[in-house]
Unconditional design. Structure first.
Length: 510
């Protein structure tokens, strides 16, 4: 039996919403006219539909309140919006969606129940289950909010339609939630390979956790970090993927309108809000929330060209930065150069702490995206969350395009002193220093040594075996740091070839 069904515009809505849009909350969010439901018989369904048009210049988030009565088993939401005909180079319509429960929409996310962005046109939530991206749990009485995110709006506006269906009845039983362990069977202090930026079907990916786990193992990885956009809903679905041979850390890709950041290795069920811009001066608070939850703060693809992807919050809160994201492209080259500039500034400041290490990840979503392409290779005391985080934060790592590429890089000088990647060789300014680089698995690539003075050494192409070495001598007065790059042959004359690997620096000088 279906009762209390209504379709059409909600009363008081005039198309662009001048009477139905009310200013509320932080960051200039807007609230639509409330959609109300009455109590109904067990087993029945009630449906309401709201239509309207969001104008150009709409705020980042528009909330549709839904009055949910007692005795509701499930809330289901579907939506559509119209793509416009726009001139070339003009942004077309794109509308994201999510859900907050009766605890409200305040920043911090106490009421957060899920987010699918633009990846799904419908979702449901009930006690025993939910659409991927959403959090199972009881549908309690009160004012819920559907969150609409007009990502881009065409010049003539964004027409939308939202339909809400409530199923009345007794709630189901919430499922037990288990999480992957924080330790796997390691090799003691060793180099461990990982990919800390992967997407599953719990956001806009197309792979299940099990499929990602299988691909990670095939890529030779020892660890991964989950990073679905703006939701922690996948956290309880990785326990069966983890094993003695694969550590699964939990996290989130916090996807703001002014850039994306990885919350790397947070405690289970940690949710980091994303509803702010750089001008709102809220980022430092949420960076601290990531750290309080045991995670690292890693800005992702800082120079990516997609809308809202470029990082605008600065790097004062960063524990590391994702310099290489997926297949190597010009924006990665820009990120690498920008990161190198921070090393120059640090090295010449006279400080002995506070530099930002680099890492690389696949950002894989679906076929043919390659899990582990690239991968960060970390020197850690064991295969545990805390040990890997310590290695990443210290910069004891290099980035490789695949499991086939191995890099060994050290500097030595003085009375037997030596330092490895991410470390400091503490010798006097005029002490002779020998830098040694060994690479395997990079046929045809050239080896490069980069300092604060620029690239000061380039080798001949490696043989078909892919194995080669380079030795270079310098002093701390001439090179404040040295780092290594392994590059493919250039595909465009005059431009550098794509990376096969690069290391964090070895710093020189007392």
């Amino acid at each position: 039996m279906c009762t209390d069904a209504t379709h059409g515009q909600e009363p008081g809505h005039d198309g662009i919403g001048r009477r139905a849009l009310l200013v509320t909350g932080a960051a200039g969010a807007l609230t639509l006219t409330t959609m109300s439901f009455a109590s109904a018989a067990e087993g029945s369904r009630s449906t309401r539909t709201l239509t309207g048009t969001l104008p150009p210049g709409a705020p980042d988030f528009v909330y549709l309140p839904v009055e949910v009565p007692r005795g509701v088993r499930e809330i289901k939401v579907s939506y559509t919006y119209t793509k416009a005909t726009v001139p070339a180079g003009t942004q077309n319509n794109a509308l994201d969606i999510g859900l907050f429960d009766e605890r409200g929409t305040a920043l911090g996310g106490k009421g957060f129940r899920g987010w699918s962005g633009g990846a799904r046109t419908e979702f449901f939530v009930r006690a025993d289950d939910a659409t991927p991206g959403y959090i199972p749990g009881p549908v309690r009485a009160g004012t819920w909010h559907i969150a609409l995110g007009p990502y881009t709006v065409a010049p003539d506006g964004l027409p939308y339609e939202v339909t809400v269906t409530l199923t009345h009845g007794a709630p189901g039983t919430a499922p037990a939630r288990t999480y992957p362990p924080e330790r796997a069977r390691g090799r003691g202090r060793a180099w461990y390979r990982g990919d800390c930026h992967v997407h599953s079907w719990y956001s806009d990916g197309r792979r299940t956790p099990a499929e990602i786990g299988a691909l990670a193992r095939a890529a030779g990885l020892d660890f991964i970090n989950t990073s679905d956009h703006n939701t922690h809903s996948s956290h309880a679905h990785w326990a069966d993927v983890a094993g003695d041979d694969l550590l699964v850390m939990l996290g989130e890709e916090v996807t703001t309108r002014n850039g994306h950041v990885l919350a790397l290795g947070t405690a289970p069920e940690t949710f980091i809000d994303w509803r702010y811009r750089a001008r709102d001066n809220r980022w430092a608070k949420y960076a601290q929330e990531i750290r309080r939850a045991g995670g690292l703060v890693v800005p992702a693809h800082p120079h990516a060209t997609c809308i809202g992807c470029g990082w605008k919050f600065g790097f004062g809160e960063a524990d590391a930065v994702e310099v290489w994201n997926g297949p190597y492209t010009p924006d990665d080259e820009i990120s690498l150069a920008d990161w190198d500039n921070t090393l120059v500034s640090y090295a010449r400041s006279g400080r002995r702490s506070g530099w930002i290490p680099a890492m690389g990840n696949s950002d894989a979503h679906r076929d043919p995206d390659r899990i582990g392409g690239p991968q960060t290779v970390v020197l850690a005391d064991d295969l545990t969350r805390s040990a890997l985080q310590a290695g990443i934060k210290a910069g004891r790592s290099y980035v490789a395009e695949s499991k086939d590429v191995e890099v060994a890089f050290t500097a030595s000088g003085g009375k037997g002193a030596h330092a490895g990647i991410g470390e400091r060789l503490a010798v006097d300014p005029d002490t002779p220093v020998t830098v040694d680089l060994r690479v395997e698995g990079a046929p045809g690539c050239t080896l490069h040594l980069v300092t604060d003075e620029g690239t000061l050494f380039t080798s001949a192409p490696l043989p078909d075996s892919g194995t080669g070495t380079a030795t270079w001598r310098t002093t701390p007065s001439y090179a404040a740091y040295v780092r290594a790059e392994v590059r493919h042959a250039a595909s465009v004359p005059g431009l550098p070839g794509a990376l096969a690997a690069f290391t964090n620096p070895v710093f020189l000088g007392a």
